[in-house]
Design a protein around this ligand. Structure first.
Ligand code: IMP
Length: 423
């Protein structure tokens, strides 16, 4: 009876998709527990590349049932597009389901996401513009529309009417925009509901049964530690809880069933959108990391901001989520560097700080305190064991392990599904 959790330890884009995909082959269920199509998981299978935004990465393993849990916000149009795209490439998707309790992203969420950002001007978050924040706001405002409502057209109509009244007032009176048509939204959502019907389930009951039958469950996080609504760089965060703590709420699985909590950590750091990034590189090294690591957003195509590994951030993730194992990704990108800096603490107003301050102003002032590690020239992509890695790459891994006090038990050495080492 166990469930494992996979989460991001930095700002997202750590390569969780690859790790889930490698481990997904050994589980009965892959459950996404938060976020929506703001995520971008890239998975390589042979010469084929798949970019998924909403569907769990484990979807490519048809022996695992895939579920979008209650904590996910679902744009049904995007869901159906991703399903169709996979089917057109020969993948069966009969094993993909969604929780009846998950909230629906509605057209007004996407419009309002863009409008709020414009209104914030220089203080904008840099959201993905997919309606994520406005959808979660409605959930907590208790005016959200849930997947289950699609099954009952009268209920759906009533809820849509009530919420649309509020949204149209905002659109017309505050933003001077045109009101949205009830009929258009109603018709398109009910049609999509028809297509989704067979995939809508009571997922917490299904998962409870699965646990009793000793099935293996993988809870797949999206986004990451520093984007967490409570413990990230608020307000430059997403609107959900991508930590391990959010996994239980967003899947309906009780804490007592959790076995391993695997934190995915990239061997350097990247961030998209606005907000503090103490180790950010504004020079040629940053460009080098971006090009060599192909650091361009899978969802928005935006160039990612790049910097050195920030141990303060990863330690924060280990502590908040109780991470039991770290999966290190993209260490192969660091080959050819003479020296590799690691940020071990911050200097803020002349003081050494070894934790993430709560205030965004303090985080914005943080200067990285760097320790230098010797680099290596060898290509790591063919290494099949830790011992085969160049000595300095081994030292880099052991140093991280020592600094964060957590095992690095999985090391990814390339984009392919089977390019990884376990320790
Ligand atoms: P939202 O989730 O679209 O509201 O965006 C809020 C912030 O989280 C922005 O800075 C986004 O760039 C960032 N963000 C959201 N999802 C991801 C992700 O999957 N990877 C990296 N950044 C993300």
């Amino acid at each position: 009876m166990s469930a494992n959790i996979i989460i991001g330890t930095q700002w997202g884009d750590e390569g969780k998709g690859k790790v889930v995909d490698s481990l997904g082959a050994k589980t009965d269920y892959v459950v996404r527990f938060g976020g929506g199509n703001n995520a971008g998981h890239t998975v390589h299978v042979g010469s084929e590349k798949f970019v998924l935004h909403l569907l769990p990465s484990g979807v490519l393993h048809s022996q695992s049932k895939c579920i979008l849990g209650s904590g996910v916000v679902i744009d049904p149009k995007v869901f159906l597009e991703e399903i169709e795209a996979l089917e057109s490439r020969g993948f069966n998707t009969d094993h993909v389901f969604m929780s009846n309790r998950a909230h629906l992203i509605m057209p007004y969420h996407i419009i309002l996401d863009g409008l709020w950002e414009t209104l914030k001007g220089d203080n904008k978050i840099g959201t993905t513009n997919r309606g994520i924040g406005p959808c979660y706001s409605d959930k907590f405002e208790r005016i959200g529309i849930r997947v289950e409502d699609l099954l009952y057209p009268e209920v759906f109509a009533r809820r849509l009417k009530d919420t649309l009244n509020i949204k149209n007032a905002l659109l017309t009176k505050i933003f001077n925009k045109e009101a949205l048509s009830f009929e258009e939204i109603y018709d398109s959502y009910i049609k999509m509901g028809e297509k989704l019907k067979k995939r809508i389930i009571n997922s917490e009951l299904e998962l409870e049964k699965a646990l009793k039958e000793d099935k293996k469950i993988l809870l797949e996080g999206a986004q990451a530690m520093m984007l967490d609504i409570d413990y990230g760089h608020y307000p430059y965060v997403t609107s959900s809880s991508p930590t391990a703590n959010g996994a239980c709420v967003g899947s309906g699985i009780a804490l007592k069933h959790i076995d391993k909590i695997i934190g995915v950590c990239k061997a350097y750091s990247t961030r998209v959108g606005e907000g503090p990034f103490p180790t950010e590189l504004h020079d040629k090294s940053g460009e080098w990391l971006r090009e060599k690591g192909s650091e361009f957003g899978a969802t928005t195509g935006r160039p990612r901001r790049c910097g050195w590994l920030d141990i303060v951030v990863v330690k924060h993730a280990v502590s908040i989520s109780g991470i039991t194992d770290i999966a290190l990704t993209k260490i192969d990108i660091l080959s050819e560097l003479k020296e590799i800096p690691i940020c071990v603490a911050y200097e803020i107003d002349g003081e050494r700080v070894e934790y993430i301050p709560s205030s965004i102003e303090a985080n914005q002032k943080a200067k990285p305190i760097l320790e230098m590690m010797p680099g290596w020239d060898e290509d790591l992509s063919q290494c099949k064991s830790f011992k085969e890695m160049p000595l300095n790459a081994q030292k880099y891994i052991l140093k991280i392990e020592e600094l964060i006090n957590c095992n690095l038990s999985y090391i990814s050495t390339g984009v392919d599904r089977d390019q990884y080492i376990t320790r």
